[in-house]
Structures are given as C-alpha cells and as structure tokens.
Design a protein around this ligand. Structure first.
Ligand code: CTP
Length: 397
C-alpha cells in the first residue's frame, strides 16, 4: 500500500524526533519515497545526516540554500501525503495561524496533499486551551491528527502527550491510502446545518443544528476520494478546501440547490435539519409589537429528502436522518419507507452524547433491505466514517 507513495516528513524540535528515525526506516522499507524536512529546533535532537542516510534523499531545512531557492510549492505538489512527526506545540501553533517562517511551514501552506500530524509534547501543554484551540482549527482545515499516547514523558511525568509509535503511524498511513481510493470517481451531495426561515428583515425561525455531523460526512466522503458538493445552511463551520460548498439560508434555497444537477450524484446524504415550516408571508418591514398576542401563519416547506426519493434513479444511494424522541425505531423505518431512502440514520434525543451542537453522536442505521447497524457513542468524525462505510457496504452488496 505504501509502495511508490511520495511522503514528505516534517520533523520539529522534540525529543520524539528520535522515533522518526525508525519511522523513515519503516516507510522506506514499505517502498515509500521519503523526503525529510527539518526545522532548526529538530537538528538539536537528531542530525540531518541520519535522516539523509536513511531516506537516501537530501534533508531540506532552509528556504534558501546558498544561492538557490527551495521550491516549496513543487515539494508540496510532489507529495502524496505530508506527515509532521513529531509536531511540537510551537509548530502546531504556527500551522494553525498560517505563520510561514521556515521551510516546513512554507511547504505545509502550499501543499495540496493530505496532512497528518503526530503531536509530541508535555501533557499540560497538550491540554492547554490554546493548544486544543489550534488543534481544532487545524482539524477544521482538513488536517488529520494521530492520537497522542499516554506514558512516560520527557519531563519525567506520566501522562498524555507521547508521539504515536512509528509502527502506528505506518499502519494508519497504510489504512489511509487504502481507504482513500474507495470512492474514486464517485460524486456525492451532502446537506448540512439548519435553515433560517425569515419572518421579517430581522427575525427568523430556526433550530439548534450546528452542521457538524453533515460537514464531518462531507469530509469523510472527500477523504475517500469522492467529489463532494456540500449544501450548507447558516453555519460558521469551515471545511476542507477540496469540497465544493454552496451556502444557503432557507429551506427553499436548499431545495433548489439540491435539485440542480440531482441526477449527477452517486451518493446523496441529507443531514441538514431543515425547518419543516416557514412563515406564509415575509413581512417587508420589521413587525412592530402592538397586541398582547401575536400569531404567525406557517406553511410546510418542501421536504427535500422526500422530493429526492421521488426522483432518484436506481444507481443513486439516498441517505436520510431521523431525529426521534419516542418510538425511535418504528418512526425511523416509517421515515425510510415514506421518503424512499436507501438508508436512514437514527439519532435519539434519549441517548447520552447524541444531539445538536455536541462533538459526539450515537446512531443506528437501518437500510431498506431490513438490516440494522448499531454503533456506540463516538466522535462525529468517527460516526461519519461509520456512515460512509455502511453506505459503501450497502452499494457493494
Ligand atoms: N428533511 C428534508 N427537508 C425537509 C425536512 C426534512 O430534506 N423539509 C430531511 C432531513 O435532512 C433528514 C430527514 O428529512 O434527513 C428527516 O427529517 P425530520 O425533520 O426528522 O423528519 P420529518 O419528515 O420532518 O418528520 P417529523 O418532523 O415529523 O419527525
């Protein structure tokens, strides 16, 4: 799986740099071509000669080498993947903020390749809100973090912060390349977020959806090689640069965006929390408070999932969501049949760790052939992976 893969390995100033010596050996042994970039800080821990010998490539460190300029743009384009291991707290902060004061950062900023980050630092630094904020920013920008291990740290303390072992990084990378191609050539549509239904120029009806689940699904589909069109309701979430985003506000706008080119999609996942009702008329002026009581007349919005189910052709896989408070399974299956979806993802408000705005979710998926897939509480990224895996399995059956 790693044979012939071009890997850029960024090494930063951390004692864990010694582990990257083994990482280079394992990558080269697996058939990858490795180019190492070191920060100045990294050279205090391991010499460039060690990495140059093992990778059989010149180690790169400087934006300028004598009178030649290191072409960071071409290096970024050369790679199939970039790994930063170990990633120090300082480098993570600089990556998150777009700082460009060394070759590693210049390559990171110009790279089109997926970026994997293996952090290494003291536990308190890892847990610091600033570091966690930087990690969140980098994840939102589409970077992949390898989990830090628990154990003895350079400070002498025991805790979280150890860099993933070289064997773990190689295993992850193999899985990543294997997985990456399984939706190659496929086109996917994802809806996400809430919708805003205007009452007057300053007020609207909406719900608490953050869009996190749908965005995580769009990112997972993209990681697996699909071309992704995300139709996103009002949300502040950022996403991967490769995903096409159409921002919409109302249910009607979302409906129109989805119906456009509907037949071109292979996979359609509707995770948006679309408002079911919208004001019948939108007041052109701000409504003034006059009477003690005030009623709004609402009309049903177009059910996008239902309309898609009506139009869908046999090669298309349609996935809906059902958020239920009672008779969960029965209601979800009813929804699956009524909306002519292939699969329905059930969230129950009764499950701890599931719901709007949270970083975790707990789902059960039902398919139209009668199969049921139950999953434990997981992060929304992991749930997205489960959903995409189930869709692929369903399509292959
Ligand atoms: N949905 C949609 N368009 C709408 C309403 C819902 O596309 N106008 C989609 C959602 O994206 C989700 C699924 O339908 O995939 C389920 O939505 P939900 O609101 O839970 O179900 P409803 O059919 O609206 O039924 P109810 O509110 O009565 O539970």
């Amino acid at each position: 799986m790693l044979k012939g893969k071009k890997i850029l390995l960024g090494i930063t100033g951390s004692i864990a740099a010694y582990k990257s010596v083994f990482l280079v050996r394992l990558l080269v042994k697996a058939g990858a071509e490795v180019k190492v970039i070191m920060t100045e800080g990294a050279k205090d821990f391991v010499t460039p000669l060690t990495f140059a010998t093992l990778s059989k490539n010149k180690v790169l460190s400087d934006l300028f080498d004598g009178d030649t300029w290191a072409n960071h743009v071409m290096l970024g384009r050369w790679a199939d993947a970039m790994i930063v291991a170990p990633a120090s707290c300082n480098t993570i902060a600089k990556m998150a903020n777009g700082t460009c004061d060394n070759l590693l950062l210049a390559i990171y900023l110009s790279s089109q390749a997926p970026v994997l980050i293996a952090p290494a630092m003291d536990e308190d630094m890892w847990h610091h809100p600033s570091t966690q904020k930087n990690v969140g920013t980098l994840q939102q920008n589409g970077n992949i973090f390898l989990p830090v291990n628990k154990g003895e740290l350079a400070s002498g303390l025991t805790g979280k912060g150890r860099m993933a072992e070289p064997e773990e990084i190689v295993k992850y990378l193999k899985g990543f390349f294997e997985k990456k191609n399984d939706l190659n050539g496929k086109i996917a549509l994802v809806t996400a977020g809430p919708t805003y239904e205007a009452i007057d120029p300053v007020r609207f009806i909406s719900n608490h959806s953050s869009g996190k689940m749908g965005v995580a699904i769009a990112e997972e589909l993209y990681k697996r090689g699909a071309e992704v069109q995300l139709v996103l309701g009002p949300s502040t979430l950022l996403t991967n640069k490769g995903i096409k985003i159409k921002k919409v506000v109302s249910a009607d706008e979302m409906y129109k965006a989805c119906m456009k080119d509907l037949q071109s999609y292979d996979i359609i996942i509707m995770a948006a929390a679309v408002a079911d009702y919208a004001p019948k008329t939108i007041s052109p002026q701000k409504i003034k408070k006059k009477s003690e009581e005030f009623s709004l007349e609402l009309k049903k919005t177009k059910d996008i999932l239902f309309e898609t189910g009506k139009r869908k052709s046999s090669g298309q896989t349609l996935v809906g969501f059902a958020l239920e408070t009672n008779n969960e399974k029965e209601n979800a299956i009813k929804k699956l049949r009524h909306k002519k979806a292939d699969l329905i993802v059930l969230n129950s408000t009764n499950d701890e760790g599931a719901g709007f705005g949270l970083d975790t979710n707990r789902i059960t998926i039902f398919d139209k052939k009668g199969k049921e897939y139950k999953f434990p509480t997981k992060t929304k990224e992991e749930v997205a992976e489960d959903i995409v895996n189930t869709v692929i399995q369903y399509r292959n059956e």
